[in-house]
Design a binder for this molecule. Structure first.
Ligand code: COA
Length: 182
């Protein structure tokens, strides 16, 4: 293995060593860095947008922390009984460790606490990793927004969880959480 290979090697972490907490203003610089390696320019939020969102009572933002370092983040907006997963990203170096899994489950829990029973999001149709994660949490494809992404004209899939109070959905959620040791 060369030095360059060693640098690009993904970092393996135990999910039990990941802490999820609320995003703070002091996290935004690291969040912006993870965002740059996770999204195209048209999907990125400015640091000011994050700062504004941190005081939005209808929103919640979480970060995943490993060894005191922020390695992932995600956010939601709630409107009545609906929650929109607005953003979710894991540092390139830390992907494949179930951090996205844990963040998404924590965002859903936060959304229940805010009164949501249905969940939705948009995802690029070719984003296999995100598609896999969302389907694992019971998101179902309901519609397509044609050429939604202006950078490459890609379609967005619109996914929904119709009822987070459904016992069958909840059972699967609990299994996912148990697999995360939570
Ligand atoms: C999507 C993303 C958040 C997943 O985070 P992650 O921590 O690497 O994913 P996890 O290790 O938690 O994997 C959870 C599930 O996602 C799916 N998944 C993750 N990586 C995958 C891949 N490379 N290919 C297919 N499915 C994948 C699997 O269903 C996996 O569950 P499993 O391990 O039981 O099979 C991460 O890839 C990312 O930040 N991507 C760039 C930003 C992005 O696309 N965000 C979503 C925008 S809608």
């Amino acid at each position: 293995m060369t030095f360059v290979d060693a640098l690009s090697e993904p970092i393996r972490v135990a999910i039990t060593d990941i802490e999820i907490r609320g995003m703070r203003a002091s996290d935004i610089e690291t969040v912006a860095k993870i965002q740059r390696e996770s999204f195209s320019k048209i999907e990125m939020w400015s640091p000011q947008s994050y700062l504004t969102e941190l005081s939005n009572a209808s929103a919640a933002y979480r970060v995943a922390v490993h060894n005191e370092k922020v390695v992932g983040f995600g956010g939601i907006w709630t409107v009545m009984d609906e929650v929109h997963i607005t953003i979710l990203g894991v540092a390139l170096s830390h992907r494949g460790n179930r951090i996205g899994d844990l963040l998404l489950s924590e965002l859903l829990i936060a959304s229940w606490e805010m009164g949501a029973t249905r969940a939705t999001l948009e995802v690029r149709e070719t984003n296999d990793a995100a598609q896999g994660l969302y389907r694992k949490y019971g998101f179902i494809h309901v519609a397509i927004r044609k050429a939604y992404y202006s950078d490459n004209g890609e379609n967005a899939d619109i996914l929904w969880i119709n009822d987070m109070l459904d016992p069958a959905w909840r059972e699967q959620f609990d299994k996912n959480r148990a697999a995360l040791g939570r």
